[in-house]
Design a protein around this ligand. Structure first.
Ligand code: UD1
Ligand code: CA
Length: 477
């Protein structure tokens, strides 16, 4: 009974109250635009056709729409004529009979379950229109629902047009409507601008249908959270927090441990398996996928990353990285696009890595930059090693074989290759390939200038210490 033919999404408004250069419906929560959330809920209902009315920021909204919902049809509303005007435009060329759902692009928490219940109630009752309503503890700004004695909908009055008594009403209009297509088409041309905003209101269709003797029925949802609209940044943050709680609740119920769900921000697009433990202050975004048993956080950001089972990522920022099973990252690691850490490898503190592969069991434990490198298995990269991959114009590759020991503070000047089982001496600047099993030494030989301090820095604490040490019979070299 929840058959649905058309969906009209209104998304042309400027969103003046957002005070933004970006159109309101492109602002996002939980990693998806407001419009994207609405379209995702609508998509689940498998309508025949979705029309999205766009206006403010037309180009960017149209581009976004093509990306997230290419089958949706954009309808252009050149100037803000009101929600009724927007629906008039969207109905152009829509023939025949059927059921139409109208929703606003700024209500991101709407669920497809509620929409489908509303459509079912509408179709079963055979009403001309059915309106989703909710009781809101702070109804200011919303249209109020005025019921008839038999509980049918008499009319919807906007805040600005409402009397003081009408403003006391806590039942509000969600902006979600299901219409009989033919009835809507018959009424939409009869709207007038006689209201405080001088616009055509879709809400006025209610009175027109009623005067025609048709039934319009309000359906009260028990949960007002779903119908919250975003008009300003405060409401954007409120909706984001509510969605965060929804996402976290469902993940925790599916077996994910969160030490502090209020500071754990997970995008709706991320996938997290059971028995993952997430510490406070962590953000998991985009297409990130985390396998079972991984330990993430505290204070870690993962954007579009893949994390294998039992891996640990502590106090780190990772974007576009693949972290293998049992691998360990952090604390304080920056993994950039194309970082691939194979099974049981380890990248430690103050290491930045980009476009590089670290082989199974290999380690970059401290203070390194690793760029454009392919590192084999069982290799250790000493503290302070720099892969000098950029000659100022182009990037070059470095290859490091299996079971290599790169000495601390080595600079590997790419392109260069270190053979299997090779070493480099600490402090070397390596510009030539090192063959398998060799040690590459690329530094000046040390010489000691004896008693230099006694001669050149007499009277200093260093000189005194040196003299005392010599008297005690300690060697001077
Ligand atoms: C609207 C409803 C109000 C309801 C509230 C729920 C009307 C007249 N009022 O008020 O009863 O309680 O939503 O959130 O409908 N839009 C267009 N073209 C226009 C005007 C608006 O596409 O010419 C779009 C906007 O982009 C927005 C939606 O319609 O997505 C609603 O417009 P908005 O100005 O936010 O209406 P509200 O004042 O919130
Ligand atoms: Ca709104």
């Amino acid at each position: 009974m929840s058959r649905l033919d058309y969906v009209i999404v209104l998304a042309a408004g400027e969103g003046t109250r957002m005070k933004s250069t970006m159109p309101k419906v492109l602002h996002s929560i939980a990693g998806r635009s407001l419009l994207g959330h609405v379209l995702a809920a609508v998509d689940d209902l498998s309508p025949i056709e979705v029309r999205v009315v766009i206006g403010a920021g037309r180009e960017s909204v149209q581009e976004h729409l093509a990306e997230i919902s290419p089958q949706a049809i954009p309808i252009f509303q050149e100037h803000r004529g009101g929600t009724g005007h927007a629906v008039q435009l969207a109905l152009a060329g829509v023939e025949g009979a059927g059921t139409v759902l109208v929703v606003y692009g700024d209500t991101p928490l709407l669920s497809s379950e509620s929409l489908s219940q509303l459509i079912a109630a509408h179709n079963e009752g055979g009403f001309a229109a059915t309106v989703l309503t909710a009781e809101h503890p702070e109804p200011t700004g919303y249209g109020r629902i005025i019921r008839e004695d038999n509980d049918d909908l008499l009319r919807i009055i906007e805040e600005r047009d409402a009397s003081i008594i009408e403003r006391e009403i806590v039942e509000i209009n969600s902006g979600v409507y299901v219409f009989d297509l033919a009835k809507l088409r018959g009424a939409i041309g009869r709207l007038s601008e006689g209201n405080a905003q001088g616009e055509l209101y879709i809400t006025d269709v209610v009175e027109i249908l009623r005067t025609d003797g048709d039934r319009v029925v309000p359906i009260l949802t028990p949960d007002f959270i779903e119908i919250l609209g975003v008009n300003d940044r405060v409401q954007l943050a409120e909706c984001a927090a509510l969605m965060r709680d929804q996402i976290n609740d469902s993940l925790m119920r599916a077996g994910v441990t969160m030490i502090d769900p209020t500071t754990t921000w997970i995008d709706i697009t991320a996938q997290i398996a059971s028995d993952v433990i997430i510490y406070p202050g962590t953000a998991i975004s985009g297409a990130t996928k985390i396998a079972t048993g991984a330990l993430i956080g505290p204070r870690t950001t993962l954007i579009d990353c893949e994390v294998g089972s039992r891996a640990r990522v502590l106090e780190s920022y990772c974007i576009g990285a693949t972290i293998g099973e049992g691998a360990s990252v952090g604390p304080f690691t920056y993994l950039r696009a194309g970082s691939v850490l194979r099974t049981n490898s380890r990248v430690g503190s103050f290491v930045e890595m980009k476009n590089s592969t670290l082989g199974e069991g290999s380690k970059v434990p401290h203070l390194s930059y690793v760029g454009n490198a392919a590192i084999g298995v069982g290799t250790n990269i000493g503290a302070g090693t720099i892969f000098a991959n950029y000659d100022g114009v182009n990037k070059h590759d470095t290859e490091v074989g299996d079971h290599v020991r790169i000495g601390s503070d080595t600079v590997l000047v790419a392109p260069v290759s270190i053979g299997d089982g090779a070493y480099t001496a600490a402090g070397s600047v390596i510009t030539e390939d090192v063959p398998p099993g060799a040690i590459g030494v690329g530094r000046a030989k040390q010489r000691n200038v004896l008693e230099w301090v006694l001669r050149k820095r007499p009277g200093t604490k260093s000189a005194d210490a040196a003299r005392a040490s010599t008297k005690e019979g300690k060697p001077t070299s």
